[in-house]
Design a protein around this ligand. Structure first.
Ligand code: ADP
Ligand code: MG
Length: 352
């Protein structure tokens, strides 16, 4: 039996839903390309309670359905659990794509980062409220390590499948209450390079706060979208040449930075950081030299956290946030970094 047949059979027998099976709840978000609601299913999926998230999307919904179908077969643990996607024709605005996921939980990493308690609020989620350990820099480092490991694990799954997310940011990372891990959401800007889906980069979709300096990923080398069979033949080579996965690694590095430095968690502080880093030619070590001598206690504490245990955190961070994509580490290599070898990590990440 081949994988293709198995995927086809799975698709036929998986329950599918239509408009009448969905009861809309409160609105969770509204972007330029769709609206997201909490919802419940009247026809309940076998082992679940029917609590879901519904996205009503414009034309890009087709790509997002493709990406989610692919992810659920190839790297299901990386992303929110996809239930079903279909074209709904009855809307006043013409047709829309409707996408349904399991409701994974209340909090995105953005919500958690904005809380003064971070990272202890995350520790409570991962371990359960009653198991909290004594506070302190070492403890904070262990929690940040655990989150970074989960993020890199999820990214490695996506990248190994041939998908680049391109909009990796705290708002698109959800804490899954069932698995007690962070999962990736919002594949609306993702590119599947192995089959050439969404081959033309949609630069205008990218979030400038988290985007790597190259931004365009492959557009200069591949000005037009090749047909799917050509892309299948070429893309592993293009992947090697262009290392498009390193775009997400840069974004993940900025998230790491925001976890280590409370003062860089606001939008305005991140935008200001990006300007400073650009002035340092994207050299994080040069940035550190300019800010550290007159650093606030908060900034100094962030460096102290990253310097723990021989500076593994700082070393990993500088290997992610680099100007040239090919000089950035991959998700797989980052997971093998000594930063994650500490015993302390195991206490928190046993569930991964
Ligand atoms: P948008 O295109 O509007 O950014 P997203 O897919 O990022 O759409 O979803 C918007 C918001 O909805 C997310 O930031 C998150 O708060 C919530 N959300 C999305 N998917 C889920 C899910 N599977 N479980 C719980 N909340 C979700
Ligand atoms: Mg989003």
């Amino acid at each position: 039996f081949d994988m293709f047949v198995l995927a086809f059979v799975e698709r036929i027998f998986r329950p599918s839903y239509k408009k009448d099976d969905i009861v809309l709840g409160k609105k969770l978000g509204e972007g330029a390309f769709g609206v997201v609601y909490r919802a419940s299913l009247t026809k309940k999926p076998s082992s679940r309670d029917g609590e879901v998230v519904l996205k009503k999307a414009t034309e890009y919904g087709a790509v997002e359905i493709w990406m989610n179908e692919r992810v659920r077969r190839a790297c299901a643990n990386s992303c929110a659990d996809f239930v079903h996607g279909f074209l709904e024709n009855s809307g006043k605005k013409g047709s829309e794509y409707w996408l349904i996921w399991k409701f994974e939980g209340e909090s995105t990493l953005a919500d958690l980062l904005q809380n003064k308690e971070f990272p202890y609020n995350v520790e409570a989620l991962i371990l359960g409220e009653d198991q909290k350990m004594p506070k302190g820099l070492e403890r904070e480092n262990i929690i940040v390590q655990t989150v970074m490991r989960q993020l890199l694990f999820a990214l490695d799954g996506l990248h190994s499948t041939g998908i680049v997310h391109r909009d990796f940011k705290p708002q698109n990372i959800i804490f899954s209450e069932d698995s007690r891990t962070f999962k990736i959401i919002d594949l609306g800007a993702a590119a599947d390079l192995r089959v050439g889906i969404n081959y033309i980069p949609k630069e205008f979709l990218l979030d400038p706060r988290y985007a790597a300096p190259e931004q365009y990923i492959m557009s200069t080398q591949t000005p037009s979208a090749p047909s799917a069979p050509v892309a299948t033949a070429l893309s592993p080579v293009l992947w090697q040449l262009n290392l498009p996965d390193r775009f997400d690694i840069y974004s993940a590095g900025l998230i790491f930075l925001q976890m280590a430095f409370p003062s860089l968690r606001s939008d305005s502080a991140l935008i200001q950081f990006n300007r400073q880093l650009k002035r340092c030619d994207y050299d994080l070590i040069a940035w550190r030299k300019t800010v550290e001598p007159r650093a606030s206690p908060d900034l100094r504490r962030g460096f102290e956290l990253l310097d723990l245990d021989g500076g593994g955190g700082w070393e990993l961070l500088t290997s992610m946030v680099r100007y040239k994509a090919r000089q950035r580490t991959s998700a797989k290599a980052a997971l093998a970094h000594p930063y994650f070898n500490k015993e302390g990590l195991l206490a928190l990440s046993f569930m991964q």
